[in-house]
Design a protein around this ligand. Structure first.
Ligand SMILES: [Zn+2]
Length: 170
């Protein structure tokens, strides 16, 4: 099932999400499937559960955008355990459609998380994957990428969004 993407302004996007403790539930596996489906439908490379209105610590990532099934990643209760270097490139978010801003992030990031079966794993990614680890883990902590840009640019985006909201176009 494809969920609609929750847009900036909804409180669920700015609240820390709840840890997952039950890995045997049919509901969890269905949710993960639906998250991949929703992410591909929206043409994203990552999606966090709050972006479909669910305040749980689950994110899915596929930087191949569905081209390579080997790159499908599920991060449950993820934690960033190491960061190295820096990279700056444009970042966007499905919850802030049509906006993109340069964001400086670590170049190399190690994440610790549980997979869909509840097994712990660690993974190190560089470049876009490192960026996705940080962006999605941020989401689960209630943080959006616009937190990492200048206050001036952030206010500008907020003002544009308020206008769109008034016009019922958000
Ligand atoms: Zn996002």
């Amino acid at each position: 099932m494809v969920y609609p993407i929750v847009k900036y302004g909804q409180p669920v996007l700015e609240k820390p999400c709840a840890e997952i403790t039950d890995f045997d539930s049919e509901e969890l596996h269905k949710l993960i499937e639906d998250m991949f489906e929703s992410m591909y439908a929206a043409k994203g490379v990552g999606l966090a559960a709050p972006q479909i209105g669910i305040g749980k610590r689950i994110a899915v990532i596929d930087i191949s955008t569905g081209e390579d099934p080997g790159q499908k990643l599920v991060l449950i209760n993820p934690e960033i355990i190491d960061t190295q270097g820096a990279q700056t490139s444009e970042e966007g978010c499905l919850s802030l459609p049509s906006f993109r801003e340069p964001v400086t992030r670590a170049q190399k990031v190690t994440v610790r998380a549980k997979d869909a079966t509840g097994k712990d794993f660690e993974m190190t990614g560089e470049g876009l994957l490192a960026r996705a680890f940080l962006h999605e883990t941020d989401h689960l902590n209630g943080t959006l990428y616009i937190t990492h840009i200048s206050p001036l640019k952030r206010d500008l985006i907020r003002r544009k969004i308020r206008k769109l909201q008034k016009a019922d176009e958000w």
